[in-house]
Design a protein around this ligand. Structure first.
Ligand code: CTP
Ligand code: MG
Length: 248
């Protein structure tokens, strides 16, 4: 059985809306709902566990109650940090679950294909974290803002969610993080601290985390692009006209 924990208890501060960004409208529905619906369309997913701000629990219960097409779900209280929200979710996961995925509620553009690939890899390796190769050159800088070194881009990947694990692996990682008072930014970082290796699977450049208003504009475009199935990408007619004339 595969359960998915959705940390959704953030404040959305960088979004600057004055309310939790997961309530923002995206293609006609709240971001949280778009995320849950995509997972609900996956045959490999059995249960959704959503960690929410206690003050938002009632509204989220009502919204989910009105939404057809969701897989069986549980709503739990989130914590003051993302990691604590995930932990609370983990405590509520069904005892029958042997695989647990964690996915940011604020990543509504996740595809069913990537979800399936993560689940398949967890079955093989015990862990699977989706990621994409970094496109920009990245730099490590010193305190004065000067470039200290430029890591080899071929070895750099940007980590996304979902991140999936055999349940006992994730449970052990949370236990150790708690014992050591360690706060990580994602599940991979706390699992690696237990000495286990974590396998990467190819994510998707579309799978952005809605963090700032610009991300929301991009998400709207990507959603309508997906609905249209194929938006033809073509050379600018200005260029092709000139090339056509040159070629003649
Ligand atoms: N999250 C959570 N509990 C927290 C903090 C974050 O469940 N205490 C969730 C968010 O709701 C989001 C995901 O973790 O779905 C990723 O976090 P982030 O993008 O940082 O969202 P926010 O914390 O809401 O945004 P910000 O950091 O700008 O305030
Ligand atoms: Mg945050």
């Amino acid at each position: 059985m595969v359960s998915v924990i959705f940390p959704a208890a953030g404040q959305g501060r960088r979004m600057g809306l004055g309310f939790n960004k997961i309530f923002t409208e995206l293609a006609g529905k709240p971001i949280l709902i778009q995320t849950l619906l995509t997972f609900s369309r996956c045959d490999c997913i059995d249960e959704l566990v959503i960690a929410v701000d206690v003050n938002e629990m009632d509204i989220i219960k009502k919204v989910l109650g009105r939404m057809p097409g969701l897989k069986p779900y549980k709503i739990v209280a989130g914590g003051s940090e993302r990691q604590y929200s995930v932990y609370n979710g983990l405590m509520a996961v069904s005892p029958e679950a042997d695989i647990v995925l964690v996915h940011d509620a604020a990543r509504p553009l996740i595809s069913e294909r990537v979800i399936q690939n993560v689940v398949d890899e967890v079955m093989l390796s015990g862990s699977a974290v989706c990621a994409v190769p970094v496109k920009d050159t990245t730099a490590v800088i010193d305190e004065m803002g000067f470039i200290e070194k430029v890591p080899d881009r071929d070895k750099l990947w940007a980590i996304q969610t979902p991140q999936g694990f055999r349940k006992e692996i994730l449970a052990q990682a949370h236990q150790k993080a708690q014992e050591d008072d360690f706060l990580g930014t994602d599940e991979a970082s706390i699992v690696r601290r237990t000495g286990r290796s974590v396998k990467l699977v190819m994510g998707d450049y579309d799978n952005i985390k809605i963090t700032t208003p610009t991300d929301l504009f991009m998400a709207e475009m990507l959603f309508s692009h997906k609905a249209a199935k194929h938006v033809k990408i073509k050379m600018s007619s200005l260029i092709s006209d000139i090339l056509g004339k040159v070629q003649k």
